[in-house]
Every structure is written in C-alpha cells, then in structure tokens.
Design a protein around this ligand. Sequence first.
Ligand SMILES: Nc1ncnc2c1ncn2[C@@H]1O[C@H](COP(=O)(O)OP(=O)(O)OP(=O)(O)O)[C@@H](O)[C@H]1O
Ligand SMILES: [Mg+2]
Length: 352
Amino acid sequence: MAGVGLVNVRKSYGAVEVIRDFNLDIEDGSFTVFVGPSGCGKSTLLRMIAGLEDITGGEIRIDGRRVNDADPIERGVAMVFQNYALYPHMTVEQNIGFSLRMAKLSKREIAQRVASAAASLQIEPLLKRRPAQLSGGQRQRVAIGRAIVRDPEVFLFDEPLSNLDAELRVSMRVEIAKLHQRLGATMIYVTHDQTEAMTLADKIVVLRAGKVEQAGSPQDLYDNPANQFVAGFIGSPRMNFIPAQLRSGNAAFAGGIHTVPLDGADQDILVGVRPEHFRVGGDAADVDLKVDVVENLGGTRYLYGALPDGTQLVVEARDEHGIKAGDRVPLGFAQRRPLFFNTSGQRLADLS
Ligand SMILES: Nc1ncnc2c1ncn2[C@@H]1O[C@H](COP(=O)(O)OP(=O)(O)OP(=O)(O)O)[C@@H](O)[C@H]1O
Ligand SMILES: [Mg+2]
C-alpha cells in the first residue's frame, strides 16, 4: 500500500498555468475525492500522478518515493478513465490481461489474475465478448478489472460512472466502496456527483483554478466550509446566500425582519442557509416565501421562490404536502445557525 504526496506541484501548458503550487497529502489506504468546476485541473492532477503527463515543477511522491521521473508502469498506479478506453478488437479477457502481457508475466499467472478479477467483478460469463457486445455498466467493470489485475498500490478514477444511467451509477458506486474495503488500496476519485463525493470519500478536496480551496471530511466541508465557494459547491441543491447587513453587532436579513447577533465591523454580508435548514410552516415564522415552482421528489420537495425583498431561495419542505406554485409559505430561519460571509466570499469569524 502507498500514500501519495504532492509537494508544490505546478503544471503549465505553454504560458497557461493550470495547476498552481499544489500541496496535498493523501494517506495510505484512504479514499480521496477531487471535486471542482470543469477545467479546474482534476484530470490533469490524476494524469500527473499516473505519470501520463509531465509536471512543470514540484514533486510527486508515492509511498514516500519521488516518482517525477518514473515511468507510469513503475509507479504502482492504475487509472480508470471516464470513456473506459477499452481496445475494441480485443475480448474482455484480452483487455483485462493486456498490461500483464506487456509486463511479460507467464500465461498461467495472467490467466489466474484475470480469472480472479473477473470473479470479483462478476463478469466471468463475458470474458469471450468484445466491448461492442457489452452494456455501459459491463464495460465499466471491464475497465476496473483492467486496473485490478495490476494489483496497484493506488487507483485513480476519473469520473468512472458518469456515462452510466442513474440506477447503474448507484450500484457501481456501492461496488467501488466494497472494492476499496476489500483491497485497502489508496483511491483517488474525480467526480461531479455530490452523492458520490459525500458517500465514497474519507476526504474531499475542493479545487478551483488549479488550487485547493479546502480539503476535509465530507461532514466537515458540509458543516464548516471555509468560504462561499466551498459552501456553494458542497451540498445539493446548493446553499442559499441571502444579502444582509451587519450593523452594530447584528446581522439583519430578509428585509430586516430577521436579526442574529454577529461580531464584526459594519458591512454588507451574505448569510448562507442550506435548503434543508429552513423551518417550513408553523407559528414562529420569520417571513413568507412566495413559491414559484415546486419540485416534488416523492419523499421530499423543493420550493423555489422569493422573499418579500425579492431574494430568490430554494427551500426543502420534507413533510409539508400540498404546497403549490403561487402559495405563500411561512418560513423560519432558526432551524440552525446560518453561516456568514463577507461580500468577497470569505467566512466571517463566528465567535458565538
Ligand atoms: N493538452 C493540453 N493543452 C493545453 N491545455 C490543456 C491541455 N489539457 C488540459 N488543458 C487545460 O488545463 C485545464 C485543466 O484541464 P483538466 O482536464 O484537468 O480539467 P478538469 O478539472 O478535469 O475538467 P472537467 O471537469 O471538465 O473534466 C483546462 O483549462 C484545460 O483547458
Ligand atoms: Mg476531467
């Protein structure tokens, strides 16, 4: 097993710096998930760890060893790509065994490893087929099988489930969690899917423009985001940001109707409240929400609407059935203490 270290890593394409002074320690055996907007450098980071891409500066360490100049094959790393990258003219068996043939393992050893990977992924009946004769989920399993047979210290997954339908995504997500438990290997995983990030990760790393915005456990990032960017990125639907004023130790928001004591100099601020942290209905309401759209998901529903001052909100109404577009719904803010940000998106120190 092996941990991965990135020390002052930089990557430029020509004059464009896409990874900037990147530092991250990935613990041996952990499951780390990279999230961030499109183009922020997630795939580039994985490809640099795999050795498929040179680094412009800094150091990459695997199991404490500097691997900057090591070939991909020497790094003990296997990568699973979003598009699977299977060889179309080879059977499943040949695809899974390909890297082992390249490494000149004996026929017997190859057969054994392929059989054991196929068994663990439950694709034994498919071994003689070609990729074109497989479903998306089956192809995905083959791509993972190709990584498993190499018995890597580190698995790199680049959005491995994004081409699958919703149901298959859920079942493959559970398969990947089981795989991690069974193999105990270090896994680094890129996704745009909130649920995958929250459920799979020991540690989520939120990236923006080639830098780490915040790294921590999923619960940590959800409860205690360092800034507005992370607060808005973790959680779905995303956190609401309500314009407010901090005056003489009080934050006044929702048109001045609701106030909360808050330390700090007088300034305009943003109050962050997650959709699931409002109280909907009841007597002790602070303000009315005028509902424009109701999304009913069966078990829960999301209300899209506006406060009297025009602020747009998304509110989760779990138990309140029968709310329709056009209704005015009493809303309480006191469910949980909100988060406060200054207008540049930095978290305001919350001393209370
Ligand atoms: N070969 C290349 N030459 C020049 N620029 C590149 C090259 N590969 C990637 N980039 C740029 O580097 C940045 C990071 O790309 P990368 O593929 O790592 O993003 P990503 O976070 O994986 O995005 P996505 O979520 O869309 O997959 C982007 O701005 C991209 O345009
Ligand atoms: Mg990518």
